[in-house]
Design a protein. Structure first.
Length: 339
C-alpha cells in the first residue's frame, strides 16, 4: 500500500542541509534575516528564546534543551538569551573564523559567540540548525501545508528520538571526520521527517491541505487508494466505502481536511506525477496519459494545461532547458551557514 507522505516528499525532492552548530557563552542576541527557505533550529544544551518579526502571532518562543522550531523562512527573527545586550548579526557571527570551535570538546565548524566567549564564563547554550531545499512543486505543496512556525517541545513523546538525532547531528557538524557533511545532512533529513511526524500527531493545528489529510485517520484508507492506484477511474462511492462512510459524509469530511473534493485531489495528484515524469523521464505522452488514467492524449493535455497553464510538451521542453544545476547562490550559502 502506498504511503502518501513518502510519495509527496519524493515529489518535493526535499533535501536537508545541516548548518554549523554553535556554542554561546554568557549573554547574547543575534538577528537572522528572512531566508525564504524552510528551516529548523534546535537547542541541544541550555535554553534561549526566539522572537519572529512582522505580525506572526507566536509571541516569544522559549526554547529548552531538546526543543526544535520548524519555520518557513519568510520572517526574520532574533534569537538569544538576553535583552540587555546589543543585537548582533548572525551571518557575521557564524562567518567569523575567529569564532570557531575549541570549546568543551566541540571543534570543527562550531561557531562561538556571546559575552563570555573569550573567557568561557557564563551560561552555555549549544544549538544546531539547517534548511530544507525543495523544488518548485515542493515549495507549493509543503510551504502551504505547514503553519509559519511550529514549536516541537522536548516533552513531546518523540523526545528520545529528537535527543539522539540532535546529539548526533551536533557531533557531525562539529567535526571534520570522513563523511561528516553527508552524515550531518542525512541526520538533518531524519530530524525533518520526525518533525513532520510530530506535526501529523497534532493534525488539528495544521492548515487545511494534503498534510492534514494524511493525518486524518477517517479518510486515510481512501487516500492510500488514490496514491496506490492514481491511474484508476475511481468513483466517489468506492472511496467512501473504503473509508466506511456514506458518500455525503465522506465527501464533506475529505473536503474539510484536504480543502478540495476527493476527485479533485486525485486530479491534482495525477498532475504532480505528470510534472515529475515530464521533468525526469522520457516516457511518451501517450504512455504517460494512459498510466494516469486518461483515455486519450488530448484529455490528458487539456487537464494538464488547465492546471499548469501550459501544455505537457512545452512544460517538458522548458523543464529540460532549465534543469541543469547552477552554482550555489549567496542565499544558499547563507542558509547553510546560520543555525
Amino acid at each position: 500500500m502506498a504511503d502518501p507522505l513518502t510519495d509527496t516528499l519524493a515529489l518535493t525532492e526535499a533535501h536537508c542541509h545541516a548548518s554549523r552548530g554553535f556554542v554561546a557563552i554568557g549573554e547574547w542576541a543575534l538577528r537572522y534575516p528572512a531566508s525564504q527557505r524552510l528551516k529548523f533550529s534546535a537547542v541541544v544544551e541550555g535554553s534561549c528564546w526566539v522572537d519572529f518579526d512582522d505580525d506572526l502571532a507566536t509571541g516569544r518562543l522559549e526554547l529548552e534543551a531538546g526543543d526544535v522550531v520548524l519555520f518557513d523562512g519568510r520572517h526574520g527573527f532574533v534569537k538569544g538569551n538576553s535583552d540587555a545586550v546589543p543585537i548582533g548579526d548572525a551571518i557575521t557571527a557564524f562567518g567569523d573564523p575567529g569564532g570557531l570551535g575549541g570549546l568543551g570538546g566541540l571543534g570543527g565548524s562550531v561557531a562561538r559567540f556571546g559575552s563570555g566567549a573569550e573567557t568561557g564564563v557564563g551560561v552555555r547554550v549549544v544549538g544546531v540548525g539547517g534548511h530544507v531545499s525543495l523544488n518548485r512543486t515542493g515549495e507549493e505543496l509543503l510551504m502551504r501545508a505547514l503553519p509559519p512556525v511550529i514549536h516541537l517541545r522536548a516533552a513531546d513523546e518523540r523526545a528520545p528520538t529528537f535527543r539522539w538525532l540532535l546529539d548526533r547531528l551536533l557531533r557531525e557538524t562539529s567535526t571534520a571526520g570522513p563523511g561528516a557533511s553527508l552524515a550531518a545532512d542525512d541526520l538533518a533529513h531524519l530530524l525533518f521527517l520526525e518533525s513532520l511526524r510530530a506535526c501529523l500527531a497534532e493534525a488539528e493545528s495544521l492548515p487545511v491541505g494534503w498534510l492534514r489529510a494524511i493525518a486524518d485517520e477517517r479518510i486515510a484508507p481512501a487516500l492510500h487508494l488514490l496514491h496506490d492506484q492514481p491511474g484508476r477511474a475511481w468513483q466517489l462511492d468506492e472511496l467512501a466505502q473504503a473509508a466506511a462512510m456514506s458518500r455525503t459524509t465522506f465527501a464533506e469530511r475529505f473536503r474539510t481536511v484536504a480543502g478540495v473534493p476527493p476527485l479533485t485531489y486525485l486530479t491534482n495528484w495525477r498532475m504532480r506525477l505528470a510534472e515529475r515524469a515530464l521533468r525526469d523521464e522520457d516516457t511518451p505522452l501517450s504512455a504517460l496519459a494512459h498510466s494516469l488514467g486518461y483515455t486519450s492524449d488530448s484529455a490528458f493535455s487539456n487537464a494538464f494545461k488547465r492546471i499548469n497553464g501550459v501544455a505537457p510538451r512545452r512544460y517538458r521542453e522548458t523543464a529540460r532547458a532549465t534543469r541543469s544545476p547552477s552554482p550555489a547562490t549567496a542565499a544558499d550559502r547563507e542558509a547553510v551557514a546560520t543555525a
